[in-house]
Design a protein around this ligand. Structure first.
Ligand code: SF4
Ligand code: SF4
Length: 143
């Protein structure tokens, strides 16, 4: 069996479109910027996000994003848009120039599970351990 060579941007001939060789990666998630967490409590909220399925958090150039891995309802089985003429502006504005077609999925930081976030929280805001109480010494009863 021979592996099919992946079409690269450089392989494109005049009039060919990169999207025609893609599995519509950009129609399979959405990501929203979120406030940069600056306390243990705020990171705990992010851990809560990650307790939900199909959610991840990434940091890109200092901005934190909540990413939801979910396929657009209008993506067709042939990986083309089912509402191309009336697709939202954000889809119209999206360009192949910097899209994730050949991206390596690398971010400055990526959290894919609540356990990863827990480790991060413990590293950044370690919980203070309660001080041990001194052992009680029994005093002799003097009568
Ligand atoms: S814009 Fe990029 S990621 Fe989206 S379908 Fe086209 S090639 Fe794929
Ligand atoms: S509306 Fe069309 S272009 Fe936009 S995300 Fe859905 S399938 Fe993709």
């Amino acid at each position: 069996m021979t592996a099919t060579k992946r079409v690269t941007r450089a392989d494109l001939k005049p009039g060919e479109f990169l999207c025609d060789h893609c599995t519509a990666k950009c129609c399979r998630y959405f990501a929203l910027p979120i406030d940069t967490p600056d306390s243990r409590e705020e990171l705990e909220n992010i851990r809560w996000y990650l307790l939900h399925e199909d959610v991840s958090i990434f940091v890109d150039e200092g901005t934190w994003f909540l990413m939801v891995h979910t396929v657009c309802r209008k993506l067709r089985s042939d990986n083309l848009c089912g509402i191309y003429e009336t697709r939202p502006q954000i889809c119209r504005d999206y360009s192949t120039d910097n899209c994730e077609y050949d991206g390596d999925g690398c971010y400055d930081q990526l959290f894919e599970s609540p356990e990863q976030m827990w480790e991060y929280i413990e590293a950044v805001y370690p919980q203070k351990k309660p001080k041990k109480k001194p052992a009680r010494t029994e005093l002799p009863i003097v009568s």
